[in-house]
Design a protein around this ligand. Sequence first.
Ligand SMILES: Nc1ncnc2c1ncn2[C@@H]1O[C@H](COP(=O)(O)OP(=O)(O)OP(=O)(O)O)[C@@H](O)[C@H]1O
Ligand SMILES: [Mg+2]
Length: 680
Amino acid sequence: MYKNERSEFFYIDVTYVKYLCIGRPYTRHWIPAFAGMTSGVRGIIGIIMATNATDNLNIVKHKRFDKFMFWLLRIKPLPIHSRKLERAGVKVVLKLYAKSLSEFSGIISFSIFMAILASLANVTVPYIFKQFLDILGSGQSPTQITSLHNTIWLFFGVAFLGWAGWRVCYMINSYFSSRVLALLRQRAFSYLLGHSHEFFANTFAGALVQKVNRFAQSYDALADRILYDIIPIIVQVSFILYILTKERPALALVILIWLFVFIIWNYSFATWKLKYDASRAAQDSLSSGSLADSISNNQTIELYKSQKIEEKIYSDVTNLQALYTRFSWQSASVIDGIQALLIVLVEVAVLYVGVDLWSKGLMSIGLFVLVQTYVLQLAERLWSFSRVVRDLYEAFANAKEMAEIMTLPHSIQEKKNAKVLKNAEGEVTFHDTTFSFNGKNVINHINLTIKKGEKVALVGVSGAGKSTLIKLLFRQYDPDSGMICIDGQNIKDITLESLRNALSLVPQDPALFHRSLLENIRYGKQDATDEEARASAILAHCDDFISELPLGYETLVGERGVKLSGGERQRVAIARAFLRNSPILVLDEATSSLDSHSEEKVQDSLMKLMENKTTIVIAHRLSTIRRVDRILVLKDGAIVEDGTHDELLENKEGLYAKLWDIQQGGFLKDEEDEEIENEK
Ligand SMILES: Nc1ncnc2c1ncn2[C@@H]1O[C@H](COP(=O)(O)OP(=O)(O)OP(=O)(O)O)[C@@H](O)[C@H]1O
Ligand SMILES: [Mg+2]
């Protein structure tokens, strides 16, 4: 058994390690490290990583009952996870929902009222039947016939009320719930977009998409369970106990005891099972993740002919998924089995007590039927009680994840009295600016002034902090100390919109929306006309490749722009910058994806773009920045050299001169090699 458990662990860790690491930044470090570990340690780390990957699940220890259930269902113990749900989490979710629901409070109260009314009608119907049977059993006189007719009409009235109540309730609910769902999605989306670059850098896009959707769907699940299960349960149980206490307290007592046992059993089992539902859900997402990963790597699989390996990987994950699913289903059938037994037991008890009362002349046929009907009605209502508990729990746990994001303050916030930066001239100043990522200093006491219209290049080895400096200028991060000004105004004191309007960026690897090319270009200036957008495309040399596409400017570019080459995407980004025409322009390796021919063309249009603009160019290929006014050399987040190309070259020991030598040297060497080859 012990051996088996170990192999199960190993089995799981291999699965987790392989599939959870995929696409994660620590993959490369983890895989070799895993090789040197014992399988037990690997198993645990594998599970921790799984935990990380699937919505912060916590690993839970098996208790005696868990072990018993695994033994009973003949499944080797599987690792289990739980999602903690504290009261505070529930409160936050309810608060957020209440905020979005406030405008619907009238209609919601009305639909709750209709649900109560309809539930009351449902539970009154058997009572009318009882009256009917009692009259039926008491003779055939004309007054009795009239009473019977009256009772039929009463039955019709009450049954109609129940029918109409539920219809109205469904109608209202589907009318406003669909609107509430849209509203919740919109609120979640708009709050999410207010988060900073840092937030998105630390969160998986797929997980966020899921959280926004779940936040809305959880409301739907909660509303449905409350309206269609919790309210009817409360109304029916109270009414039944009230009627029976009035009629025959002994029967009410039997049902009360039964209810107590039934609900306690169901609630305990349902809350015990929650962790297995969470584990199963985690395994389901692993399985989908693995599938998606293989599908998106289809080309690699084809090229390496590794279909067999992928099939093995996928069957490992799905086999494990099958085990979790089997455990979940079978333990649910244990709940159902015991529930069914409890229902039979209460029926027997009620019949027994009924016969006893009948023998003493205290029980009519009508009452007999009433009690049996009530027992069946309660059984039917409570049959899904464990599902209701699970759904409520799940809905809260799911909604909580988004609620946390929606209560997390935005790290970049506009001041209340922020001013609008109008007619920016484009002077940029960094005053003793310092910034760090998680304690690691990335920008060190930068003091820098870039005059209006000046063209400046930022160079430095990879990781020197060039892109970070630009992110600080765009206020994607706030500096730890010091300040950054545009035209003498601290960028923290101006509105984010006017700040971003003053700046435009052509990034290293531009991603595009899956929209038409025209719309993507127009993103630079939302109110630009089609002609303006096309003119910018021509300036950025986009027009050549766009006009060759069958749908031209209306072509959809694929997710993130995958249908375009890197160079084409970059040219679209340059077209956007032309259209935006902001006073400050930043080119972060803007021509890195272009071939020499296109680069020459684009360089030419970039020169045009840079005219009369303050420009910061980041470039690795130093030959492209020789003509700028000033070159700043960044090393470990500090400016170590500042001057023109010629000035910097004079300092032979300087970093720039060294970088220049390496690049020129490398280039020359290539040429020499070629010549030697040719001579041969
Ligand atoms: N979101 C982040 N969290 C933590 N560290 C980061 C983050 N972004 C960047 N860094 C670190 O900050 C340092 C500077 O990164 P930056 O992107 O500014 O370098 P760079 O000079 O632009 O490099 P490259 O030339 O390769 O683009 C690097 O060491 C990088 O690892
Ligand atoms: Mg960079």
